[in-house]
Design a protein around this ligand. Structure first.
Ligand code: GAP
Length: 509
């Protein structure tokens, strides 16, 4: 489902603010660009995503353990990891709009447009040939599609070569030859391309003590690498094993226009899986499949995801795939799976002068393990859930509702409890039910406004169940339970509420 839709994106951002999910940071002072705060519903959704990830990694896999390393690290860590020298973006400015862009992103957006043309050809042909249409054959034989594919191939190859060889003159030439215009000014008046390091730095200690430049970590992974032996030894871990971590990361992003998609302060959920050299491709495939399965288990719909093999590898990787999600601005990276070889551990071994080898008791040999990494941005995952969930629906009676179809296991509030009226002992009974349920689930009690209005409020924040206490409840201890998506209501015994909600929250991995 293509949702290339600016309006939709604006609505989602507005909704996220109105219902306490995401606020612009320092809004009182007109905000801080690409930095966001999470409100009461946002923090619940975020915590539920973290829990879903953590359980699937650390609880479900017996050979994965957790870690919480510090944001500040010794500056040599970033020298060894290559971030000081190679964590750069190629920048280009438009002289008329004064807007700054990543040169590779401008080119990739241009390629996306060509891909759009191929999609159009396929759609047209599908219509023409109906049931007999063979997409694969069409893509392989249609001269126009072939021409577009050749164009894409040539552009990508040249871009990758330029980036690898840091040939920024040719990168600019490519932008000019492709006649890429600034999306703001429409002009093709570009500056030279130059490199920009994305790490934030600060100083450790007061000036009088003599200060050292240190960095705010741009990825959580290095905290795992430098603790690899501590964890392996203290946990008596045997290869293959993994270390998982959730934490903040910081990047001085240049292109930071897309809400919480690209932030300067964000959170990552990363797992490094340490394996015997030579087995890394097997494990790379395993984790690629495992991670796609994890996403799809939420029931968001398979067509929201696609795998994309990297054209240009990060400085530490020998193979990489992205899991892309169909965001309102099109398919974009949600998660990265990298085969990082022994790049990081060997670099730390060399610069620190300390051995970080693993002694394999079975083969009786020592080696530096290879690493397969899975890395997902928590905030991006949050945006993917919101993107899928946000719906404006026309109901049978002609009214409208805005509903967040958040997968129930991730919903901020699992059940809302309403007394039908504020009298006749109904609030007391509703409170009793609320007190019972809140021991197990995050619930909300509400007695203000008509029931219909209360339903709408909870639709808008994605609460899977609304429970109403009425006069019959006082007689037979039954309540109505209304399901968010179908809006169907059922009368059930109060003791059935807990198992009904629990069943709904189960995710089958
Ligand atoms: N340790 C590997 C690593 O950091 P990455 O592809 O640069 O790889 C991993 O980042 C994930 O972190 C991305 O797939 C994305 O979900 C998230 N991410 C990266 N930069 C981000 C940003 N500026 N804002 C929000 N999320 C970001």
């Amino acid at each position: 489902m293509a949702k290339n839709n600016d309006d939709l994106f604006k609505k989602i951002i507005g909704h996220a603010k109105e219902y306490g999910f995401v606020f612009q940071s320092s809004e009182l002072y007109d905000g801080l660009s690409a930095v966001y705060d999470y409100g009461p519903n946002g923090v619940e959704l975020k915590n539920n995503i973290k829990e879903y990830w953590w359980k699937s990694m650390v609880q479900y896999h017996e050979n994965i353990v957790g870690l919480d390393s510090a944001i500040f690290m010794h500056p040599s860590v970033w020298k060894a990891s290559g971030h000081v020298d190679a964590f750069n973006d190629p920048l280009i400015d438009n002289k008329d709009s004064k807007k700054r862009y990543r040169a590779d992103v401008l080119i990739e957006d241009h390629v996306e447009k060509i891909r759009g043309k191929i999609e159009k050809e396929i759609k047209k042909a599908k219509k023409r040939f109906g049931d007999d249409f063979d997409e694969e054959q069409f893509v392989n034989t249609n001269p126009r599609v072939q021409k577009y594919n050749e164009q894409i191939d040539t552009i990508i190859k040249r871009m990758v070569k330029d980036l690898e060889e840091e040939d920024f003159e040719d990168l600019k030439k490519l932008i000019e030859e492709l006649e890429i215009a600034c999306p703001v000014s429409g002009s093709k008046n570009w500056t030279e391309v130059r490199q920009f390091n994305l790490m934030f730095d600060t100083k450790l200690g007061s000036l009088s003590e003599g200060s050292n430049k240190i960095y705010l970590r741009p990825e959580t992974a290095q905290g795992i690498f430098v603790n690899y032996l501590n964890v392996q030894k203290t946990g008596r871990m045997k290869i293959p094993f993994g270390i998982a971590q959730i934490g903040k990361a910081f990047r001085n992003e240049i292109v930071a226009r897309q809400f919480i998609f690209r932030m300067r302060e964000f959170e990552q959920m990363e797992m490094q899986f340490f394996v015997k050299p030579g087995t890394e491709m097997e494990w790379f495939d395993y984790w690629k499949n495992q991670r796609i399965k994890w996403h799809k288990a939420l029931g968001i719909g398979d067509d929201y995801y696609r795998l994309h093999e990297h054209d240009k590898l990060a400085h530490y990787a020998n193979a990489a795939y992205d899991i892309e999600f169909n965001f309102p601005m099109g398919f974009k990276e949600l998660e990265g799976i990298h085969s990082r070889t022994d790049f990081d551990l060997s670099a730390h071994q060399e610069l620190s002068g300390r051995k970080v080898q693993y002694y394999d008791p079975e083969s009786q040999e020592s080696y530096v393990p290879y690493v397969v990494e899975t890395s997902i941005g928590l905030d991006r995952m949050f945006l993917s859930v919101l993107t899928f969930a946000y719906r404006e629906e026309k109901l049978e009676d002609g009214s409208e509702r805005t509903v967040l179809r958040i997968p129930p296991s991730l919903a901020p509030i699992k059940a809302a409890v309403f007394p039908l009226t504020k009298k006749d002992g109904l609030p007391e009974k509703a409170r009793e039910i609320m007190d019972e349920l809140k021991l197990d689930f995050n619930c909300q009690y509400e007695e203000k406004d008509a029931i219909g209005k209360r339903y709408r409020r909870h639709d808008a924040i994605g609460t899977p169940y609304c429970i109403t206490v009425d006069h019959q409840t006082l007689e037979d201890n039954t309540v109505t339970i209304r399901e968010r998506d179908s809006m169907e209501q059922e009368r059930v015994k109060t003791e059935e509420l807990e198992p009904i909600i629990r069943k709904k929250l189960k995710v089958q991995l």
